[in-house]
Design a protein around this ligand. Structure first.
Ligand SMILES: Cc1cc2nc3c(=O)[nH]c(=O)nc-3n(C[C@H](O)[C@H](O)[C@H](O)COP(=O)(O)OP(=O)(O)OC[C@H]3O[C@@H](n4cnc5c(N)ncnc54)[C@H](O)[C@@H]3O)c2cc1C
Length: 511
């Protein structure tokens, strides 16, 4: 009786939509909410006056909820319910969005103002195969659910690094992991996607089934292809789920030597030791005395158990030992513990923009800093004492990661070994005053433009825009290269020939 009342309402609404002579009426989101409410078991659809709605309209970035109110949230409990929801939305021509973990920075990224937001929060199945090689992950899980389950089994996946981030958005955009040096990005580790197409049909995509869709979902995002309901990911043995971690806070004045060490790690260190992983973030915080560099180093090999102080530093990270530090810590912890420790709390307005440049010249990476600092000074002045924390993040895409991306026919991102090694540069900020939104966006966009210009002038530009750190008007799919962009469009046309998703799924990057 799951769908009792569904057909009746749907048919009623459809005849309403086609009544009259010429232009089909566009039934309101309210009609879709009601139709879905009748189609699904009680309690799946939540309206603005309910406490569950308030819980669902809670996102990592305040910009996703400020003055944004869907007509209802729909929270299906299984794939069939997602399919029923999709059928109503398509039939009633209703604008919608999908919330995985809700960690997009910009307004409307995964919330639909006045439309319907499909919240995947109940799709939290998590099953490890009997041979321990595959983990089937429901699309509503957060990474902490995955790591907590796997740590106890001594397994890991090449998934997200931060606890509360959603599994779905991260994998569908690419997914940088602690284990990317060995296994590529998260999307390179999906063995099978289960998804609901615009037609409501449930299909699987793997290297042996619907291969074109499988390729497209590896970096092509969800919103052009369907709602993914389950990811089957490769699992790997990792005793206790433990990794070695060192966190260094370096005074800002030492940024040139820190960046040079990170560039060397990208070009020489990581390719020679694929168990190493690292990112480096420049910031400005009063509590750190102004500008500072945060350097996080991770290693999947654990030192000898006799080293209880965890002081043994993997060879590849030894150059970081001589950098001056404000604080320095080392630990061996499981992925859950680390991912909680590096989580970024809710409650601020957020933006991020990104680009990719060649990593071969340390001076380019160093010369970016003053471009970002000009922007920071402008933001701090405009904030006029209100909270603002700026970031400039360097994330390596070394040759070993580019090579690991080639498994199973490669992904859609268009990153080639011949272009590498590469450096992903992210300009981000969090702040409190909504009056600063426009400045934050335009100024961040401006720095990215200046970084691209500088890289071009030195023959070191690349231009890949990573969807998961992209500003809302960046040309993400164009940056994958003309061939991949065209192929993604073809795949989307094949699986959604009427362009239902392109028309109705609002707010994220379009092909
Ligand atoms: C604190 C923090 C830490 C981060 N750490 C990392 C990291 O370690 N590595 C990394 O690569 N990135 C990282 N990111 C970026 C992250 O990958 C993106 O923000 C990603 O979009 C988050 O996924 P989500 O499901 O939470 O987001 P959402 O905002 O819910 O979704 C993002 C997009 O995907 C769509 N979508 C969601 N679920 C589905 C689905 N099941 N099917 C189809 N489409 C769907 C949404 O509609 C939206 O368009 C981090 C972000 C934050 C805020």
């Amino acid at each position: 009786m799951l769908f009792s009342g569904f057909s009746k309402i749907l048919l009623g609404a459809l005849s309403l939509a086609t009544a009259g002579c010429c232009t089909p009426l566009s039934p309101s989101s309210d009609a879709a909410c009601k139709a879905i409410d009748l189609a699904l078991p009680l309690g799946r659809v939540n309206y603005p006056d309910s406490p569950t709605y308030a819980q669902e309209n809670h996102y990592w970035s305040n910009r996703q909820t400020d003055n944004i109110a869907p007509a209802c949230f729909v929270a299906p409990e299984n794939t069939l319910e997602v399919a029923a929801t999709m059928k109503v939305l398509a039939s009633l021509n209703t604008q919608f969005s999908v919330k995985g973990g809700g960690h997009t920075a910009f307004a409307g990224g995964s919330n639909s103002d006045g439309g319907v937001t499909v919240d995947l929060m109940y799709l939290t199945t998590l099953n490890v195969s009997s041979d321990r090689k595959t983990v089937s992950i429901g699309a509503g899980n957060r990474w902490i659910n995955v790591s907590e389950a796997l740590d106890t089994l001594g397994l890991v996946v090449a998934g997200g690094r931060v606890a509360d981030v959603g599994v779905s958005g991260l994998i569908l955009g690419g997914g940088i992991s602690f284990f990317s040096g060995m296994y590529g990005w998260a999307c390179d580790n999906v063995r099978n996607y289960e998804l609901v197409l615009a037609s409501g049909l449930i299909v699987n995509a793997s290297p042996t089934e619907n291969e074109d869709l499988f390729w497209a979902l590896r970096g092509g995002g969800g919103s052009s292809f369907g709602i993914v309901t389950r990811f089957d990911m490769g699992a790997y043995e990792q005793p206790g789920g433990n990794i070695w971690h060192s966190s260094l806070i370096i005074p800002g004045a030492a940024n040139a030597s820190a960046i040079a060490a990170y560039q060397n790690l990208t070009v020489n260190g990581m390719p020679s030791d694929n168990k190493a992983h690292s990112y480096m973030v420049l910031t400005h915080m009063d509590m750190l005395g102004g500008y500072a560099v945060i350097s996080d180093l991770f290693h999947a090999d654990l030192p000898n158990t006799a080293d209880s102080a965890h002081e043994t530093v993997p060879e590849v990270f030894v150059p970081f030992e001589s950098l001056p530090t404000i604080t320095k810590s080392k630990s061996i912890d499981n992925v859950s513990t680390i991912s909680r420790a590096i989580d970024v709390p809710y409650g601020s307005r957020q933006t991020w923009w990104d680009t990719t440049i060649k990593a071969t010249d340390p001076s380019l990476l160093i010369d970016i800093v003053p471009l970002w600092q000009d922007h920071v000074e402008k933001l701090i002045a405009a904030a006029n004492g209100t909270a603002v924390t700026p970031y400039l993040a360097y994330q390596a895409i070394p040759l070993n990661v580019l090579k690991a991306m080639e498994v199973n026919g490669g992904n859609a991102l268009g990153l080639k070994q011949s272009d590498g090694p590469l450096m992903l540069i992210q300009v981000a900020a969090q702040w409190s005053d909504s009056a600063l939104d426009e400045l934050m966006e335009r100024s961040s966009e401006g720095v990215i433009g200046k970084i691209n210009d500088l890289a071009k002038s030195r023959g070191l530009s690349h231009g890949f825009v990573y969807a998961n750190y992209a500003g809302n008007s960046q040309s993400v799919f164009e940056s994958y290269g003309a061939d991949n962009h065209a192929k993604l469009k073809q795949v989307a046309m094949k699986w959604d020939p009427e362009g239902i998703l392109r028309k109705l799924w609002r707010g994220y990057f379009k092909l």
